[in-house]
Design a protein around this ligand. Structure first.
Ligand code: ATP
Ligand code: MG
Length: 540
């Protein structure tokens, strides 16, 4: 063997010795940036986002009108962060606490749900919820213990319990399990709900207030109190709900056979313990598959009906399933915002806007997953002017009713608004393509599963069906905008002409006054003239 070959063998052996398994806590501890925990400003927003997502979900499953308290307090303690571009970075430590009136967590599940990565109630459900991965809150706690070294404090109570349970915990990263430092029953003046508190290096900017305001547009039935203590100064932002109507609850659905990956189908069949045959397996686990349809699929895939699920040939079944027309899944499983509620929320947010409109499309599907898009717009007024970014079209993006504050240019909900030529709908645009009159758009997507571009859930991926529905919704909104701009232009032109002729009327009236030697009431003549002109303009 040559020297080179022996060397390569040795290297391969050394590599083999290095190989080891990693658990999700170890993975995300090293990749927290993928979840939005990279620098202090983003980390604060991400922390609040994960906590409020969970708070709203916990209210929604209980059909409860959400009341959410968010506390953000800057402490004097400084934390040194890993250097970036050779510079040492420091940030103040913040205390962040979010309290909700949701259903609460059963006491023996508090530590697990908070302190184990990829553990949660939403992971295997196909149901429209804000959370879907079982990563959110544990990522916050991982970031907190990694940077401030402090544990998280969770208090939770379920209906009917006399006392709440308080758990102070950290995460054992190597085992991916919670380390409970303290657990006790405490008095808590609340019937049900959860409070989570962490300490993280952070930087407060008004993006936080903006986020909560946008959150209230997606959740007009929720009330929020944001209590801040920044640089020693206390302040509070209170947003009351604009509707008492709880949106219809979202329903859980089964996956559509044509949308599952072969690996998942294979694994589902291998772990199934309840079904004896492939026919019962397919009709039990998938939407729109009756035993008759299952038999048809199996026949076409040349598989026996009575084979046990373990002997599935996932690739053959999927080949057939993707070529036959399966019934569309039930679409009435989503919980949308609704045109009326979106309009009310926009009116509440942009009180002096000149024009507000919203459009809801009916539900549709992508890859067998139900989704629905809604869009809205607020035009004109000081509040919109103060809100918008003059450099680009301003779009509030909501996915399952939660704002997406990052990765704008990668997001379908932004790109589709940008594709529309708003000039065709009467909006005058400047050289950057931004409407001259301050305009803010809202695009909302609700889905049993939102196709995010990354685990941080910052942007919606490009999916043709969603793109098409969004385009239709925006075109309909555009027609409403055109009606408004047409009326507005007409009124403006009337006002201009009115002003123009006014000069003549005044001269005319003066002359009439002179000729009649003051016998005619000039102001009366003027009034009548104006009235006549108005009448004529209105007839036009
Ligand atoms: N405020 C809360 N009230 C009730 N249950 C909660 C609350 N916060 C978290 N949970 C429970 O803890 C689980 C884990 O939460 P986590 O945020 O880590 O994941 P998720 O919300 O399921 O998904 P995602 O990773 O998308 O946020 C949730 O699925 C839920 O069952
Ligand atoms: Mg969550």
């Amino acid at each position: 063997m040559s020297k080179k070959v022996t060397e390569l063998r040795e290297i391969a052996k050394i590599e083999a010795e290095r190989m080891r398994e990693a658990n999700p806590a170890q993975y995300f501890e090293r990749n927290l940036h993928q979840l939005g925990f990279s620098e202090p400003e983003h980390a604060l927003l991400q922390t609040i986002k994960e906590m409020t997502d969970n708070a709203l979900d916990a209210a929604e499953v209980g059909n409860i009108l959400p009341e959410i308290i968010i506390e953000v307090e800057e402490t004097k303690e400084e934390i040194t962060l890993p250097p970036q571009a050779g510079k040492i970075r420091k940030a103040n430590m913040y205390r962040v606490r979010v309290e909700d009136n949701g259903i609460g967590i059963v006491s023996n599940k508090i530590a697990l749900s908070m302190g184990k990565v990829l553990f949660g109630s939403k992971l295997f459900t196909m149901k429209q919820m804000r959370g879907q991965q079982g990563v959110g809150i544990s990522a916050v706690i991982l970031y907190s213990q990694l940077t401030s070294l402090k544990p998280a404090t969770v208090i939770s109570k379920i209906e009917g319990e006399e006392k709440a349970t308080k758990v102070v915990l950290k995460i054992n990263v190597d085992k991916n399990e919670p380390i409970v430092l303290e657990e006790q029953k405490i008095d808590w003046n609340k019937e049900h709900g959860t409070s989570v508190e962490v300490f993280i290096p952070a930087r407060y900017t008004d993006k936080i207030d903006k986020y909560i305001l946008e959150l209230s547009i997606g959740n007009p039935h929720a009330s929020f109190i944001l209590r801040k203590k920044i640089e020693g100064r206390k302040s509070e932002l209170v947003i009351n709900r604009t509707t008492e109507k709880i949106p219809p609850p979202a329903k859980e659905i089964k996956p559509h056979l044509s949308s599952v990956d072969p690996g998942i189908l294979q694994r589902m069949a291998e772990v199934d313990k309840d079904c004896k045959t492939l026919v019962s397996f397919l009709s039990k686990h998938f939407a729109s598959i009756s035993p008759e349809t299952a038999k048809k699929i199996l026949k076409a895939a040349k598989l026996s009906y009575n084979l046990p699920p373990k002997q599935i040939k996932a690739d053959k079944i999927l080949e057939v399933a993707r070529n036959i027309k399966l019934r569309r899944p039930k679409l009435e499983v989503l919980s949308n915002i609704g045109e009326e509620a979106m309009i009310a929320a926009l009116k509440n947010r942009f009180k002096d806007a000149e024009f507000i409109a919203a459009v809801s499309r009916p539900p549709w599907t992508y890859q067998g997953i139900p989704f629905q898009v809604e869009v809205g717009v607020a035009i004109g007024g000081k509040e919109v002017a103060n809100y918008i970014n003059p450099k680009r079209i301003t779009v509030i993006r909501l996915a399952n009713k939660v704002p997406l504050p990052y990765d704008l240019s990668d997001c379908l909900l932004y790109k589709t608004v940008n594709e529309i030529d708003w000039k065709n709908y009467g909006l005058e645009l400047n050289e950057r393509g931004v409407p001259v009159v301050p305009t803010v758009f809202v695009t909302s997507l609700v889905a049993s599963k939102v196709p995010y571009t990354s685990p941080g859930k910052f942007a919606v991926a490009s999916v043709e069906e969603i793109h098409d529905e969004l385009t239709l919704a925006l075109q309909e909104l555009g027609r409403k905008i055109r009606e408004y701009t047409y009326k507005k232009r007409k009124q403006e032109s009337i006002a201009k002409r009115y002003e123009f002729f006014r000069g003549y009327y005044e001269v005319l009236a003066e002359e009439v006054g002179l000729i009649t030697g003051g016998k005619v009431d000039v102001s009366n003549v003027l009034k009548r003239l104006f009235k006549e002109v108005r009448n004529v303009e209105n007839v036009e």
